[in-house]
Design a protein around this ligand. Structure first.
Ligand SMILES: N[C@@H](CCC(=O)N[C@@H](CS)C(=O)NCC(=O)O)C(=O)O
Length: 209
């Protein structure tokens, strides 16, 4: 397996952490510069990381890679949940992960718009600023996540992919100027617990220039 990543990407970090927690053999190829160069579109037509080259083909986006890695044979015992869902049919766990990944997309959209210095350039036919809408979405989603988390994580008693995703996004914003996410004790506990793990220490985003 060969994973393409950029050193800062929180989406790629989810996969890099998971690879370590699952003790998988996986070559990691760091893409320098951002966004990835045009020849990378041949690997992922979306031009985004992560992308995972496997014997079956190239897997992307993030959720597809997660499902692939979670279904691989395991070397037990491992600290990670056996699956994204607690049990077959427990759709709420899938929903949690889908919402977390969508939150990551919104977070990236806000940051990119800001860093690109984009401001309204014409008459606003929508009647709202998409960046404000994303910010509102983020705050509401964090509240919803807090309401759906247990003190020890999204899936009780075990490190879950949902925990890893939350921590990857939050720690990315912390390393990139921050975002008002604190004041939610369960989320704070999840992020703090993940931040202590060697898998997170080994995949810290590169310093922000
Ligand atoms: N929805 C995608 C998001 C991935 C994503 O946004 N990756 C960013 C880095 S964090 C990227 O590669 N951006 C490059 C670009 O937008 O061209 C997923 O789940 O994989």
């Amino acid at each position: 397996m060969k994973l393409h990543y950029t050193p800062g990407s929180p989406f790629a970090r989810i996969i890099r952490v998971l690879v370590r927690e699952l003790a998988l053999d996986c070559k990691e190829v760091a893409i320098r510069g951002f966004p990835p160069a045009n020849d990378y579109f041949a690997i992922n037509p979306l031009g985004q990381v992560p992308a995972l080259e496997t014997a079956e083909g190239v897997k992307f986006p993030t959720r597809i890679i997660i499902d692939f890695l979670m279904a691989l044979p395991r070397r037990e015992p491992l600290p990670v949940a056996r699956a994204v869902r607690r049990w077959e049919g427990y759709w709420q766990d899938d929903q949690l992960l889908a919402v977390l990944l969508a939150m990551g997309d919104a977070l990236a959209a806000i940051k990119y718009q800001n860093w690109a210095g984009l401001r309204p350039g014409g008459k606003n036919l929508l009647g709202f600023d998409p960046a404000d809408r994303h910010a509102e979405r983020l705050g509401r989603t964090l509240d919803w996540l807090e309401g759906n988390a247990a003190p020890d994580g999204f899936l009780p008693g075990v490190l879950s992919v949902q925990d890893i995703a939350l921590a990857s996004f939050v720690l990315w914003t912390e390393a990139r100027g921050g975002f008002p996410w604190r004041g939610r004790p369960r989320l704070e506990a999840i992020v703090a617990g993940c931040a202590e793990r060697p898998s997170f220490a080994a995949t810290e985003p590169q310093p922000w220039p």
